[in-house]
Design a protein around this ligand. Structure first.
Ligand SMILES: N[C@@H](CCC(=O)N[C@@H](CS)C(=O)NCC(=O)O)C(=O)O
Length: 205
């Protein structure tokens, strides 16, 4: 059976879990990372030398890097659906998957500063700079989503998964947000998906 290592409050683990749920897969999840440890054990590092989560094992095949995991699961179990079979449609979805790390990088100081740093230790200047940068980065998504239901067009694909996880953080951190009507409407559509509300749109910790 598919095994997924990773704590459920990790944005990158959420991507693997959301994909597995959308695909209706049976899997076993093992808590790992931060307070759960495991990632620095020799056994884990033999699978994932980066000591980070997520990692999966699928019938003896070990894979790390959350977006590669989403690609692999969707190609294996959702070809023509979550993984578009048309080469250009697939490249479009993959482009948005990769772009999700651009947003993650921009959001880093906002998320860590406001969610994982006690108030007296916060660098408010860095948080504000990251907030402004994140909004600039999100303009690309806002523009692209005009007239579309999901990031690649009318169908939900793997392209929505990493971006959806990163945007959930942006939407839930306590910051001032300008109106981004297309992003907001798309986010509301994601909220209609049971796997999104179960694993992704949970309180940030
Ligand atoms: N690019 C990697 C990044 C993985 C990563 O940095 N994971 C974080 C959690 S989101 C981690 O493992 N942090 C250390 C820990 O949880 O102990 C991926 O997407 O899988």
């Amino acid at each position: 059976m598919l095994k997924i290592w990773g704590r459920t409050n990790s944005v990158n683990v959420k991507k693997a879990l959301w994909a597995a749920e959308e695909l209706g897969l049976k899997y076993e999840r093992v808590d790992a990372g931060m307070q759960f440890g495991i990632v620095k054990t020799p056994e884990y590092m033999a699978m994932n030398p980066n000591s980070v989560v997520p990692t999966i094992e699928d019938d003896g095949f070990v894979l790390w890097e959350s977006h590669s995991i989403v690609r692999y699961l969707c190609a294996k179990h959702g070809m023509g659906k979550l993984c578009p079979s048309d080469l250009r449609a697939r490249a479009d979805a993959e482009r948005w998957m990769d772009w999700a790390f651009t947003l993650q990088g921009a959001m880093r100081d906002v998320f860590w500063g406001l969610i994982r740093t006690p108030p007296e230790k916060r660098d408010l200047k860095a948080i504000e700079a990251a907030r402004v940068r994140s909004i600039q980065v999100l303009e690309a998504l806002e523009t692209s989503l005009a007239g579309k239901t999901y990031v690649t067009g009318s169908a939900f694909t793997m392209g929505d998964i990493p971006v959806g996880c990163e945007v959930q953080r942006y939407m839930r951190v306590p910051i001032e947000r300008p109106r981004l009507p297309n992003v907001e409407a798309w986010f509301e559509r994601l909220r209609q998906r049971p796997a999104f509300t179960k694993f992704v749109d949970i309180p940030l910790t």
